[in-house]
Structures are given as C-alpha cells and as structure tokens.
Design a protein around this ligand. Sequence first.
Ligand code: ZN
Length: 143
Amino acid sequence: MQYKKVEKDYFIYVEKNEKVMETITRFCVEKGIRNAKLSGIGAVRETEIGAYDTVAKEYIRKEFSDVLELISLEGNVTLKEGSPFVHAHVVLSDHQMSTLGGHLFETTVAAVGEFFLREFDGDAHRELNADVGLPCICLEDKF
Ligand code: ZN
C-alpha cells in the first residue's frame, strides 16, 4: 500500500494481492481517522458481497473468485465500538461487461486498487438499532 496526503485528502494505492477492507481499515486505525468519505476503482478478485435482508435481519452473502473490474466503490468511515469501521458498497463488472454489486465484505486487489479518502472532522459512530438489526450511524449526541 502506498499513499499521499494533501490536507485532509489521502490518495491510497492498494497493491496487488492486498485485501481492500483490511488495508483501508488498518490505515484508518494507524492514522487516527475517525470519519471519512471513501471512493475507489480498480480490478479485484476473491470478492464477497452481500445484500441485507430486512426481514431476516441478516446479509445474504455471495462470493466471487474471478477477477472483476471494480467499477465503483463508495463508502464511509465511522466509529464502531471505538474503532474506525469502513462501510462500502461496490459495483463490479465481469468480462462480458455485466455488472453486479452489493455491500462489500472483502475483496483482494487483482491488478490495481486506487482509492481516495477524505477525512471528516466528526465523531459519527455506530450503535445497534434493534429495529433495523444493524449498527446504524449516530450523528447527534445523546445525553
Ligand atoms: Zn452496506
């Protein structure tokens, strides 16, 4: 992984064979990044994505071993149990240029992983919302 910082922006290059979520989460921990906006493109393999079943309150998960084009990753960083937590969604395409996408659990860079992260000076964190069944973002202080 390589990166360059200019003011609050980080240009992050996740290299071949590095895991995207693991690398970016570790980067946020090391840099003390609590909140951020994240985006990226590249080519990946061994990808696990999902879709949230709001009735069962669990993710439907699916793994793809093939190399896929990372058309777009959009995400954010918030605090979950005091540590940076990356939440990202992806659109991917195969060699027929067909797209698929979902909530990203993990993926590994197959060729290049080019990301931009903009740090946000906030303290947004996640707390379990029993109605939704997920740790949801809290933007307001609760006293
Ligand atoms: Zn999601």
